[in-house]
Design a protein around this ligand. Structure first.
Ligand code: AHM
Ligand code: MG
Length: 337
């Protein structure tokens, strides 16, 4: 049989078309024990809101210019801080379908009570790393999805809101970086999707992501060094003796994502200023802990697996160590707790 060289056009046609996020969600819907399409719809709603936020993030540097020429978006709510705007985008998207009964957000003091018939509670940091917006550095959205525990149709209860991370039915993040990515898990491994802006679609680009068992990157804000616990200082000295690479963006999603792909450890310890740590359990750490574990990594506060911590309030802070399993195991030998 002769193998004629293909024309460029033929080669193009022969290339398989990518898997869109929508198709992937649909194809994998039956992995979910309560498959009724509602969780799938929530994931789609989050993806849609992230596209809108992505558009706004990309215009961040233009806001003053557009303000100066009096331009407004359709809703008339331009000129707001991007993190507030992102909160509005995600809340609206999650409200629309009626699947969510409550939203816990970094941007709101109390939870947003939505719809007694909704079966899901969403915890979200709509735009994390917001200090990096003005300087054109990667930022992210972090989300956790829980099933409510109390009967549907009644007002939601504390047990619906304060659920430990182990009860998440799905979690993930969006990284607004050099390209925009959505990475999520429903407890069956982790998959990553890259946004193709001209088509307005996320495409599966990182199927079945696995975190390297070992790594050489440590990510910590060493500016806080003198207020770190002694054990953390010792561990950091160890990282340097090992000639690990220090990488710290200051956007949790971006630091986490790099370490997920390359292998590494992210460290945000308790400090003198934040004796229980800075990062928030419910809408920053839990989602990334589930993604890490589902990719073969580990996440702890130094003594307890993050996913097992029973939250006591919506905005609770925890120390956070997340990353490659061997690196976390070794770090724990320093008794970082
Ligand atoms: P934010 O929710 O106000 O954006 O703060 C969370 C961010 C994380 O993205 C990042 O890892 C951390 O705060 C950086 O804190 P620091 O500037 O103390 O290093
Ligand atoms: Mg945040």
């Amino acid at each position: 049989m002769s193998h004629q060289p293909r024309s460029i056009e033929e080669s193009r046609i022969a290339q398989p078309i990518g898997t869109t996020l929508d198709r992937f969600i649909k194809n994998n819907q039956d992995q979910f024990a309560f498959a009724s399409g509602e969780l799938s719809q929530l994931l789609r709603d989050i993806a849609l809101a992230s596209k809108v936020v992505n558009r706004e993030v990309n215009k961040a540097g233009l806001i003053d210019i557009m303000g100066a020429i009096g331009s407004q978006n359709m809703a008339g709510d331009q000129q707001q801080k991007l993190d507030v705007l992102a909160n509005i985008r995600f809340t609206r998207a999650l409200m629309k379908g009626g699947e969510a009964c409550a939203i816990i957000s970094e941007e709101t003091e109390s939870f947003v009570d939505l719809n007694n018939n909704g079966k899901y509670v969403i915890a979200i940091d709509p735009l994390d790393g917001s200090g990096n917006i003005d300087v054109n550095v990667s930022i992210g959205t972090i989300f956790s999805i829980y099933r409510r525990k109390s009967p549907v149709g009644r007002p939601i209860q504390t047990i619906d809101i304060l659920q430990p991370g182990a009860d998440q039915v799905a979690a993930g993040y969006v990284l607004y970086g050099s390209s925009t990515m959505l990475v999520y898990t429903t407890g069956h491994g982790v998959n990553g999707f890259t946004y193709e802006p001209t088509l307005g679609e996320y495409f599966l680009s990182h199927p079945n992501l696995r975190m390297p068992t070992e790594g050489k990157i440590f990510s910590v804000n060493e500016g806080g060094y003198f207020s770190f616990p002694e054990a953390v200082k010792k561990y950091l000295a160890y990282c340097k003796e090992q000639q690990y690479t220090g990488r710290y963006i200051g956007s949790l999603v971006a630091d986490f994502h790099r370490n997920l792909l390359k292998g590494g450890i992210y460290i945000y310890p308790a400090t003198a200023a934040s004796p229980t740590g800075k990062l928030r359990l419910m809408y920053e750490c839990n989602a990334l802990a589930l993604v890490a574990e589902q990719a073969g990594g580990k996440a702890t506060n130094g003594t307890t697996r993050i996913l097992e911590i029973q939250p006591e309030n919506l905005h609770q802070r925890v120390a956070f160590y997340v990353g490659s399993p061997s690196m976390i195991d070794r770090a724990m030998q320093f008794n970082l707790g």
